[in-house]
Design a protein around this ligand. Structure first.
Ligand code: HEM
Length: 375
C-alpha cells in the first residue's frame, strides 16, 4: 500500500492526495500537565506517528513481541495491514496558549495573534463539547481501520497528559488536491473540490496556504492554519428540492459539475452570463458565486473535508453532513469567505454545529519533534 513520508518541509496531510477516510481527534491538556510533560508527549507522538505512517506498529515490540505479562505497546488491529497512505497531522489550538494553561506551559507569549477563537457566524448553532481543543490530530488513510488505529494508539500514548475532547470519523473525501483523480462527491450528490487549491499550484500554495518564512511568531513559518467545521446537512429537505433548485443553490450542474454559465467541470464560471430569458445563469446567492475568489478579493483556501453519517435522529432523519476542513496561511481567509456566505442559498440546507481552529506547525526533519520550534 502507499506510504507517504512523515518528515518534510510541511506536515503531510495537507497537500497529500486526499485519502478516503478520516479520523480526527481534539485533545485538552490536563490541569497537572507541565511543559516537560507536553514536550515529552510531542516527542513520543512524533516517533509513533513516523512509524505508523510507514505501516509499522507504534514500537518495535508492537502488539505481540513484548513481555506477555504486560499490556502490549500497540493495540494490534492494524497488524500486517500496511500504511494505506496514512498521514498524521498535528495542530495547536488557541486555548493551549491562553490563561493559566499558557502560563504553566510557558508559551503564553508565543501565541500567534491570528490564533484565537473564531467569531460566531450567522446561523452558527455551535455545541461546545464538539468544538475547539488544545491540540488536534488529523489521521487520514485509505483504510478506516488504519486511521482509527493511529488515533487510538496516539490517544493511548497521551493518557495522563491529555484527554480526548471530541473526535470525528469521516468517510468519503469531499475534496481533491489533484486533477488526475476524479473529483469526489458530497452527500448532496455534487462534485466537491473542483475549484480547490491543488497540490501542484505552487504559487497559490505560497500565497494562500503556507505561512511565510518571515512569519511572526517565527515558529509558525512553513505551517498553516486549519479550520474544522462540523456541518450537519438536512438531507431529507435537500432530497425534496428539485434538480433545478439544487443546481441553483450550488451554481453548478449535478452531473458534470460544470458552472451553470456553461462548459465542463474545470471551466471557469462566468458570473455575468445570462440565460435566454435574461436572468443570470449563476444565481447571485449561489454557493459557488459567494465562495468564489472573485467575490472575496482573490482569497482562496485548501479544502480537505469528509462526509460523515452518525445514524439517524429521533425523527428518523439522517444525522449526516460534511466535516469541513480547510487550510490557509491566515484564519482571516476562512472568516472572510464564511462571512460572505451569509446569504448563501445553501444555508437553508445546512447547520454548522462544531468549530475549531488550530495552528499546524511546519513539518519536521529527522530527529526533530513536531512543534519543536514552539518550545
Ligand atoms: C465550492 C459544497 C461548505 C467554501 C463548493 C462546491 C460544492 C460545495 C458542491 C463546488 C465544487 C468545488 O469547487 O468544490 C459545499 C457544501 C458545504 C460547503 C455541501 C456544507 C455542507 C463550505 C464552507 C466554505 C466553503 C463552510 C468556506 C467557508 C467553498 C469554496 C469553494 C466551494 C471556497 C470554491 C468556490 C470557487 O472558487 O468556485 N462547495 N460547501 N464551502 N466551497 Fe463549499
Amino acid at each position: 500500500t502507499v506510504v507517504h513520508p512523515f518528515h518534510g518541509e510541511h506536515q503531510a496531510g495537507i497537500t497529500t492526495p486526499v485519502q478516503e477516510h478520516l479520523y480526527f481527534a481534539a485533545f485538552d491538556v490536563r490541569d497537572t500537565t507541565t511543559r516537560e510533560d507536553l514536550v515529552e508527549l510531542l516527542k513520543a507522538w512524533t516517533e509513533a506517528a513516523e512509524r505508523l505512517t510507514r505501516g509499522l506498529e507504534v514500537t518495535e515490540d508492537g502488539a505481540v513481541d513484548g513481555p506477555v505479562l504486560l499490556p502490549p505497546d500497540d493495540t494490534g488491529e492494524a497488524q500486517d495491514m500496511g500504511a494505506h497512505a496514512l498521514t498524521v497531522t498535528f495542530g495547536f489550538g488557541p486555548s493551549l496558549f491562553t490563561g493559566e494553561k499558557g502560563k504553566r506551559l510557558g508559551i503564553a507569549d508565543r501565541r500567534p495573534a491570528e490564533l484565537k477563537k473564531l467569531p460566531l457566524f450567522a446561523f452558527d448553532l455551535l455545541e461546545d463539547p464538539i468544538s475547539d481543543g488544545d491540540l488536534c490530530i488529523q489521521a487520514c488513510a485509505d483504510d478506516p481501520q488504519v486511521a482509527m488505529h493511529a488515533i487510538r494508539n496516539l490517544s493511548r500514548i497521551g493518557f495522563g497528559t491529555v484527554r480526548v475532547r471530541w473526535t470525528q470519523l469521516g468517510f468519503g473525501k469531499t475534496a481533491s488536491t489533484d486533477r488526475t483523480t476524479p473529483t469526489p462527491r458530497n452527500l448532496f450528490g455534487f462534485k466537491d473540490g473542483t475549484a480547490n487549491v491543488m497540490a501542484d499550484e505552487t504559487a497559490a500554495l505560497e500565497e494562500q496556504v503556507w505561512v511565510p518564512d518571515d512569519a511572526t511568531p517565527a515558529w509558525m513559518a512553513g505551517g498553516s492554519y486549519m479550520v474544522t467545521r462540523k456541518i450537519m446537512m438536512t438531507i431529507e429537505s435537500w432530497d425534496r428540492a428539485s434538480l433545478a433548485e439544487q443546481q441553483r443553490v450550488i451554481g453548478r450542474d449535478k452531473g458534470e459539475g460544470a458552472p451553470l454559465s456553461g462548459g465542463l467541470e474545470f471551466t471557469d464560471p462566468v458570473f455575468a452570463a445570462k440565460n435566454e430569458d435574461g436572468s443570470l445563469a449563476i444565481d447571485v446567492d449561489s454557493h459557488v458565486r459567494l465562495a468564489h475568489p472573485e467575490m472575496n478579493n482573490g482569497t482562496r483556501m485548501l479544502r480537505r473535508g469528509y462526509n460523515f453519517v452518525e445514524g439517524n435522529n429521533a425523527l428518523g432523519q439522517l444525522s449526516a453532513g460534511l466535516f469541513f476542513i480547510c487550510f490557509q496561511r491566515d484564519p482571516q481567509q476562512f472568516i472572510d469567505i464564511q462571512n460572505n456566505l451569509r446569504g448563501d442559498l445553501l444555508n437553508e440546507y445546512i447547520r454548522h454545529v462544531g468549530s475549531a481552529l488550530f495552528a499546524v506547525p511546519a513539518g519536521t526533519a529527522e530527529g526533530e519533534y513536531v512543534g519543536q520550534r514552539l518550545f
